[in-house]
Ligand binder design. Structure first.
Ligand code: AN0
Ligand code: CP
Length: 324
């Protein structure tokens, strides 16, 4: 792999999942691979899991890590070309990214969408500029439209916990929230599950209220419904997540009652396991009884972020050494 920004960067998702599971059983075997290599993690937004799991993954591989909350600790960045920088921005992304590339062998970047201008967010302008100017492999730590390290950890979690004879029914279920959240997590989860469905690994359904349709580029082959109970019937995995509207971009639209998952709602599932990328707002997005009960996989899932990140970094390090 030359970079990791979406499922499209991965040759074989099944193999990457197996690599992650193998690392879990043998975490420290590749310490020479990362020796004298530096990972830079650049955040424009908050993070708990992504920053810690990716740091730990790099340490397991023998790498050194630098973390920068560039929105708070760096100079105010200009991203537009052709502007006279006589306003609030101090440094252009052209220089900033190029300089970070001088210090790091691999860079990770988190940059959420602004949720104001849909085209601007979906063009991934900031991410693409960062990639083209930094000159080293980039790992997405969540961009405006995708969160692939999360999706890989999710597929690892489903693969290693599934004991059924046939493929599992996986449901992405929209949940309520008070704030407009990005579509990055559901887009990415859907993109990975659609690919896994193509490869015969899962059956994939998306359930959301009207008005919350995702961009179709991320949902090829998904079964889509506005009826949560219908989607939950026979479900093996329920992936709970809020997102704001794509059509009415970045808006929180009115929705009918009954979209927060409870133990009662889970009765029609196939003893379904509940997943969430976290952070989760208890009893708004997901009920405490589900989070604290036997159906929940959320902590196991967050634990797998480490092995997903380690599998990706290992692959990128191997590509770096084979380029030499
Ligand atoms: C972010 C989101 O929904 O994209 C990050 C999730 C990993 N969540 C919030 O902003 C609460
Ligand atoms: N799931 C996830 O990416 O969590 P953080 O935002 O805490 O990194």
């Amino acid at each position: 792999m030359k970079q990791f920004t979406s499922v499209k960067d991965v040759d074989a998702i099944g193999q990457l999942v197996q690599d992650a599971i193998a690392l879990k059983n043998n975490p420290y075997a590749d310490q020479q691979l990362g020796k004298n290599k530096t990972l830079g993690l650049i955040f424009l937004n908050p993070s708990l899991r992504t920053r810690l799991s990716t740091q730990k993954a790099a340490i397991n591989l023998g790498m050194s890590v630098m973390v920068m909350n560039i929105d708070k600790e760096g100079w105010a960045l200009e991203t537009q070309d052709g502007v006279v920088m006589n306003g609030g921005t101090v440094e252009h992304i052209r220089e900033a990214a190029a300089v970070m590339g001088q210090y790091c062998d691999i860079l990770g970047l988190r940059s959420f969408p602004k949720l104001v201008n849909r085209d601007e967010d979906y063009n991934e302008d900031f991410f693409n500029k960062f990639i083209s100017y930094c000159g080293v492999p980039v790992v997405s730590l969540e961009s405006a439209t995708r969160h692939p390290l999360q999706s890989l950890a999710d597929l690892v979690t489903i693969t290693e916990t599934w004991k059924g004879a046939t493929k599992p029914k996986v449901v992405l279920a929209w949940a309520p929230h008070i704030k407009p959240l990005p579509q990055a997590v559901p887009n990415s989860f859907s993109e990975w599950m659609c690919k896994a469905q193509e490869e015969g690994m899962v059956d994939f359904t998306i359930a959301h209220p009207e008005g919350y349709e995702l961009n179709e580029d991320f949902t090829p082959g998904a079964n889509i419904t506005h009826n949560l109970d219908e989607a939950l019937a026979g479900a093996d995995y329920i992936y709970v997540k809020n997102w704001s509207s794509y059509q009415n971009y970045g808006k929180v639209l009115p929705y009918p009652e009954g979209w927060m998952l409870t133990n009662d709602k889970l009765k029609v599932t196939n003893n379904g396991k509940v997943m969430h990328c976290l952070p989760v707002r208890r009893d708004l997005e997901l009920s405490s009884e589900v989070l604290d009960g036997p159906h929940s996989l959320v902590i196991h899932e967050a634990g797998n972020r480490l092995w997903a990140a380690q599998a990706v970094l290992k692959d990128l390090l191997q590509s770096l050494s084979s380029d030499k």
